[in-house]
Design a protein around this ligand. Structure first.
Ligand code: G3I
Length: 354
């Protein structure tokens, strides 16, 4: 049996030659990769039929871009609304996709009632509220969600110690560890991740996170993995990226590339994704995937993209410019970056142009 792939008007196709019969089928990431490949979605987008078809075919893992954050679930001190997250879980279950929970505790995206009252709480009251929130949510999604970002972005942006958030101020340095313990008490099986950005590009931040990991492991604080968000640009240092992969995997932890996008318009001067930029993006995607794929199996959790189509990316608003950072374009067509992912798996080789 011989196997080729090529770009056709239908996108990347596989040609399987069995005997003298040609069989063509659409290649998908979920069947090409030996690890889950995910995408961040919203209930509104997966309600669109074309979008749902592509997401269901392509990906084996889903993350809620927003609707499983406290702002959407935590409606008042001890009241919760799981409806949006439940609709996403149902979508995933119908397509044999795993769900990664994002996120239980974050200094952003807090519900308005909490923003307005948090300063008035004493430490014990806030601790009890946060513990009850964590344990209620983890219990609700037990058996439906394989993993959680327990605390998101608790380390200072520049890597110099912990972020000065209201949680740090009111609950003290060890609140992250206690949040992990609360989550573990509610589900003995769910994988618990610490998630942050710039881990692959800021050695100081990587070291601060590794110090936290070493402390957790010394004290038996439950921690199964690290989410490296990977909101990167074409200037990503592959040496820094490789060092992060090495240091985290050597500690026996799973690595989730949890929010991958590759921006290509850092100076805002690009008005289109030129062939040169597309090629640079493809090359970097290939290197990111190749190095990740070389990790020991036990350290690979998933690679998750922070959106499906370029036009839907948070980066457009965040940077003020189009960044063309994802695998698919506005017309649901796979980009060269998609081929870069396959190249990184060192499997499908294109034989024919688009
Ligand atoms: O749903 C409301 C809508 O009703 C309202 O009309 C609209 C205009 O104000 O806002 C909508 O909510 C927005 C929400 O996304 C849903 O689109 C919020 O304003 C907006 O702040 C929110 O942005 C999200 C951001 O997290 C929140 O900080 C982005 O979509 C999401 O991609 C981004 O994701 C984060 C990860 O969770 C953590 N890592 C960084 C990453 C990028 O910031």
């Amino acid at each position: 049996m011989r196997f080729f792939s090529f770009f056709s008007s239908l996108g990347l196709m596989a040609v399987v030659v069995i005997g003298n019969q040609l069989h063509t089928e659409k290649i998908t990431l979920r069947e090409q990769a030996s690890f889950p490949v995910g995408v961040a979605v919203s209930p509104k987008r997966i309600a669109q039929s074309e979008y749902a078809k592509v997401v269901g075919q392509e990906f084996s893992s889903l993350t809620a871009e927003n609707v499983m954050k406290p702002q959407y679930i935590w409606t008042s001190e001890r009241n919760y609304d799981f409806s949006k997250g439940d609709s996403l879980v149902a979508f995933a279950q119908a397509r044999q996709q795993q769900v990664h929970g994002h996120t239980l505790v974050w200094h952003l995206m807090q519900p308005d009632w909490l923003k307005n009252t948090i300063e008035s709480y004493d430490s014990a009251t806030l601790e009890n509220l946060l513990r009850d929130y964590i344990q209620t949510v983890v219990k609700h999604y037990r058996g439906k969600v394989v993993s959680w970002d327990v605390v998101n972005e608790a380390v200072a942006s520049n890597g110099d110690g912990m972020r000065e958030s209201v949680y740090l101020q009111k609950l003290g340095d060890d609140y992250v560890a206690r949040c992990h313990q609360y989550a573990r008490q509610s589900d003995p099986d769910v994988l618990l991740f610490y998630n942050d950005y710039s881990i692959a590009s800021n050695p100081k931040k990587l070291n601060t996170i590794l110090e936290m990991v070493d402390d957790f492991q010394a004290r038996g604080i439950p921690l199964d993995g690290i989410g490296m968000q990977m909101h990167v640009g074409l200037d990503l240092s592959l040496d820094d990226y490789q060092k992060a992969l090495d240091e985290i995997s050597q500690r026996g932890l799973k690595i989730h590339l949890s929010e991958v996008d590759i921006k290509v318009n850092s100076n805002g001067k690009q008005t289109t994704l030129t062939p040169e930029l597309a090629e640079s993006q493809r090359e970097l995607m290939s290197e990111i995937v190749r190095r990740y794929n070389q990790l020991p199996e036990e350290n690979k959790f998933a690679i998750t993209f922070w959106g499906l189509r370029d036009n839907e990316s948070w980066l457009t608003n965040h940077t003020g410019f189009p960044q063309w950072p994802l695998l698919y374009d506005h017309d649901f067509q796979r980009k060269s970056m998609y081929q870069g992912f396959l190249d990184g798996l060192e499997t499908a080789q294109t034989t024919v142009d688009k």
